[in-house]
Design a protein around this ligand. Sequence first.
Ligand SMILES: Nc1ncnc2c1ncn2[C@@H]1O[C@H](COP(=O)(O)OP(=O)(O)O)[C@@H](O)[C@H]1O
Ligand SMILES: [Mg+2]
Length: 237
Amino acid sequence: MEETGIKVEGLTKIFGSGDTEVRVLEEASLEVKKGEFAALVAPSGAGKTTLLMMLGCVLEPTAGKIWLGDELVWDENRWSIPDTRKIRREKIGFIFQAHYLIPFLNIIENVMLIPLTNKWPKSRAEKKAMELLEYFDIADKRNAMPSQLSGGQNQRVAIARALSNEPKIILADEPTAALDMERAVSVVKMLRKIVEEQNVAIIMVTHDDRLLKYCDKILAIENRKVVTKTQVPEGFV
Ligand SMILES: Nc1ncnc2c1ncn2[C@@H]1O[C@H](COP(=O)(O)OP(=O)(O)O)[C@@H](O)[C@H]1O
Ligand SMILES: [Mg+2]
């Protein structure tokens, strides 16, 4: 069964106007199915982060349509619900280059935070967080603070946190950029495993062509449109 994870039609984003106008995307379209791991590659400034922020319902598009699963979340000029944080909390897991764990919460508290915000009972949030920490082989650090963990360990916790609300969509903006190659591969293999075992759709921005072999397809931004590549485009780093 090939269900839509993320679908975009005619997506346009223009910042500013007049002399300061920046056209980032113009009538861009793309689709990533559930169970599909897409890489997003493009030169710096091409609009990768802008695209992810619109898919994540953080930034308003200028025009177009965005579907997350079977829900039309952006329809030309409005979100499906006024409080987009709810869409984000319920449907999406975000992973960034920096882990952004909350420094004064311990590891398990960081992973429980979104489920608790979604009003899960504490016992269910705790069970989910422990499952994820075990899955990422970091459960022994559950009572440690983020400052006591290495960069690679914190990034594993950040991925656990991104999965804590059981999202069907994961948006990852250069999640491995701060890691060495070995840890980068280990993070990408984890994402691969999640795609296969949990039927999620992932878009991962990366500048590292050595990671592309773990992805099902390569999306690029060219001439303000999103295109699917069969091989690594020249000079995307
Ligand atoms: N809030 C903003 N206001 C004006 N221009 C912006 C804003 N955010 C991003 N841009 C511009 O949009 C373009 C795409 O930026 P970005 O999405 O960050 O690119 P990438 O992630 O591919 O490096 C750049 O030209 C950037 O300067
Ligand atoms: Mg960026």
